[in-house]
Structures are given as C-alpha cells and as structure tokens.
Design a protein around this ligand. Sequence first.
Ligand SMILES: Cc1ncc(COP(=O)(O)O)c(C=O)c1O
Ligand SMILES: N[C@@H](CCOP(=O)(O)O)C(=O)O
Length: 462
Amino acid sequence: MRYISTRGNAPALSFEEVVLTGMASDGGLYVPEHIPEFSHDEIAAMAGLPYTEIAFRVMKPFVGGEIDDDTFRRLIDETYATFKHDAVVPLKQLSHNHYLLELFHGPTLAFKDVALQLLGRLLDHFLAKRDQKGVIMGATSGDTGSAAIEGCRHCDNLDIFILHPHERVSAVQRRQMTTVLADNVYNIAIEGNFDDAQAMVKASFADQGFLQGTQLIAVNSINWARIMAQIVYYVASAVALGAPHREVSFCVPSANFGNLFAGYMAKRMGLPVKQFVIATNANDILHRTITDNDFSKTELKPTLAPSMDIVVSSNFERLLFEAYGRNGKDVADLMGRFAQSPTSLHEAPLAELRKLFASHSVGDDTILEVIREAFEHTGELLDPHTATGYRAAQRARADEITPMITLATAHPAKFEDAVVKAGFEGAPLPENMHDLMAREERYDVLPAELKAVQAYVAEHRH
Ligand SMILES: Cc1ncc(COP(=O)(O)O)c(C=O)c1O
Ligand SMILES: N[C@@H](CCOP(=O)(O)O)C(=O)O
C-alpha cells in the first residue's frame, strides 16, 4: 500500500514511512492511494469475532505486508490487553434503536487510546528495526496528550513533547499528562488555544531544521495510523448489530474529525452505513459547513466539552479530498482560501457530502441538560462530549428504523466540572488513578511562539 497527499504534490510513502511522519511536504495529509474494500461475505464473517481479530482483518490491507502477520497480531493483542473491558469497546443499548459505543475503557479513559496505544507500539517496532531515534510533537486539547504519553513513554527511541493549551484542559486531563515523570516525556502548556498548539506542530513538520536530522513524528490524527486503528470499532459495532445484512448509522462528537473520518473510511471499505451525524459543541465549523456551506474560521470559544474546542479541523481535509474526487489541486486551492477565511465549498462536493452527513451543534446549557436527561432516561452518566452526540443523534438522525450508534468518546470522570455543574457529585476515577490529584506534576509554560517551542524541543531532546 502506498500513501499519497491530499494536496497532490508530495512524494508517495510506504506504510512504515507514513507512520513515522506527520504532514506531507506540500502541507497535505496522507491517505491510502487505493481504499481497500471488503465483500459482503468478508464483512459477514467478522460477526462474533474477538475485537483483536476484527482489528487484524480491517487493518491488514493498510499495512500491506510491511509487518509480518505474527508480529502484527502480537502488537494488536498487546494493545487491547491494556483495555479494562473484555469487549474492548462495549456497545450498550440506550433506548429503541439508539446505542452507545463505549470507547473509553483504555488506560487514559478516552477514545484516543484505541489508536494511540497501537501507534506507540508501531513506532517502537519501526524505530527499533531501523535503530533510529524519533521526536514526537503533539498538540492536545486534553485527551490525545495523555493517550500518546501512555502509548509512547516506554519507547527507548522516542522523546515526546506534548503541547496543551494552558488552563484550558480539565484538571484530570492535565494531571494525566503532567504526572508522568519519565525522562523522555515533556509537557508544554502553551499560552494560547488548541489551534495555536496544532498550528505550531504542523509548522514544525514544514521546517524540521531545528531537529538537525532527527525524525519528527506526529501522534495527532494527522498520522494515518490513528485513522486506521479507529476504523476497526465502526466495523466491530456495526457487525454486532447485524451488518452487512442491515444498515447502521453513527453519531460522532467531532472536532479534529479523525474519529468520523475513520467511520467514513469504514463505509468506503464496504460497511453499510446509512448516515453519519456530526455532533459539535459551540465551536461549530463542521456544522456550519454541512448546513450553511460556511467553511470559515471563527474565534475559538472555551466550552464545557474542552477536548472539542477546535476550529481548524485537520481531518476535514481528508474528507474534502474524497468529496473533490481526489483532486489534490482543488483541495490545495480550497485550503489556501480557508487559510484566508471566509470561504465555502463548491456546490457539487457539498451536495455529495449532504447525502451522507447531517450535523447538529450543542451549546453548554444543552450539554448540562443532556447529562441530566440521559441519566434519568438511561441510567448512564455521559461525559460532556458524548452528551453532544446524544443530543445530535436525537435531533439529526434520518430515521428511527436504522440503529443509531452514538460514540461515547470519554469517561465522565475526566470532566468533573461539567458533571458537577449538571448536578452530580462527580464520577469516581478508576482505582489505579485514585491518587492522581495528589501526584507530583511537571510541565513548563511557554508563549504560543513557534521559535520558543522549537528551541525548547531542540534543547531537551536526548
Ligand atoms: C472526548 C473527545 N470527544 C470528541 C473529540 C473529537 O474527536 P475528533 O477530533 O476525532 O473529531 C475529542 C478530540 O478531538 C475528544 O477528546
Ligand atoms: N481532542 C483532541 C485534539 C487533538 O485531536 P487528534 O485526534 O488530532 O489528536 C485531544 O483531546 O487532544
């Protein structure tokens, strides 16, 4: 399998190369040159299989023989052995034809673990094989950071630098990152927002001189391996509800769009998905684009669902590449106009997207209302991100006949602020984190200036 850039002007890469990088040199994101497809029978044969076996079958075409089957199976088994639930991503029925896919049973309690615990092992595998060192730079609005640190902290060949927006992540999220005192882990609190942090990470891929030849690696969903691993739970949950013999729909709390783009890939690979509902918080660029064709940046607003406080949604570019018929030049033009916002999509690709995607934006007051309402009706205490999904599924689903699967993207214990504001006492952290709030923290605060961040990375890496 080869990987090409969404902007059509960068060298094609192998799987190994794409895992060990981030942005393409033309500013685009890597996608597979061909999307593998499963037959009806191949999907049917996945029903009832353990999650790890589905993971192997779904991801193997993307790896394209670059890791031998036994090794790849071992990496998958080790990854999902870190999850606390035997089903890895259990599916719960909430009401008639509405299901919750719990993606937060991994070590850091958010859906990011599904891909990042595997990515850490893939990086370790490839870097050890090459006897090479790498530097990770990642931006986080709260969840990617801890999952990446957990996935990579044991890798001898990696230094990991995570940028989070200062005082804009929850206390639990911050401490999950800053209390890891390993020698190769660095947390940087940026005096800015997530978009500032993400922009600096992306800019560092374009200009890697500050690393003097050491490989720079992404752990954000700009890294293709993140998307690849997330495709699996769409397939696993859909077959559990009867696919390919019946269609399912998904509602996905969205921001950087890596989660939902993985679902879109599952559909392109043959999964019968009737509809995707995009749920956003008040940072609603994805909703505005789908409903009003307003693909324009606005000021980033802090919300009760802080992990979704993102305006520049990286992976939407991957969807645009598909909607624009894989025409890299059109995507490069569009993203150039987006950088100068305001802009809009061409009518034909937008019409294509609207056949499959609906959207709904959920403000803070509604998030609190939903947390209370969902608990009353279903007994489930939702985290504020999942709450956006719950409401969007109710408001924007195409019909009541097709099973709707709302993705539960984080555990409520990570967001005590919202849970308490909604009228609950809070949600207990798991036993292994009982002393999290008392552990020693280590992080540095830096201005949102690229040169300052790059100098910090250059100085601290081993
Ligand atoms: C808890 C949670 N929910 C939803 C999202 C949105 O996911 P995505 O960025 O893949 O759209 C994120 C992170 O972005 C998150 O951490
Ligand atoms: N919500 C994320 C933001 C980064 O998104 P990613 O999926 O591109 O890593 C977070 O919690 O950090």
